[in-house]
Design a protein around this ligand. Sequence first.
Ligand SMILES: [Zn+2]
Length: 188
Amino acid sequence: MQPAYAEGLCPRMVYWISASGTILRAESENADLVRKEDGIFLQPFTTDHIIGRNLFEFIEGIEIHHLYQALMNKVLRTGVSITFPYRCDGPHVRREMIMSLSFENEMVRYESTLLREIPRERRIPAETNSATTLVAICSFCQRYRFPLTSTIWKDLDYLLLEADLPDKFDFSHGLCRACYQRFADDLK
Ligand SMILES: [Zn+2]
């Protein structure tokens, strides 16, 4: 994979988390390249307003909480690093990221790096936080399942082509089968 930016410009965020999930320290490089309005899922991220808060405030979905807790426990217990690809899309862009969890001074060091950004043809609408229709979305690969009775996970770009999608909907954050399997292997 080729980074979209010259190496020195690649937005990279590093944060250090205590065993209980408190964010103790954070550093970001060129994080301003990721514009605030580009985030459809994350709260605005600046390093100064997250220190002292709990990592799990920023992670949606009980399944995903449990997964991060399990990954952190494994890193803290074994000292082994865990690296995985994930997506952090915005309404206008697909963002391919890589996350690495490693053990450092009794803390878990999270490092997230943007590998590349690919513009979207159609804007993905933001969730409303008040809709009754839910679209299941995988927090890691950002493929979705709709309607909830469907078992097929599709790329987010196809969401707007769904004939039955109402104007207002919310995402239900979870884990698709493929990502579940990958993490199950990491956690062995
Ligand atoms: Zn997935």
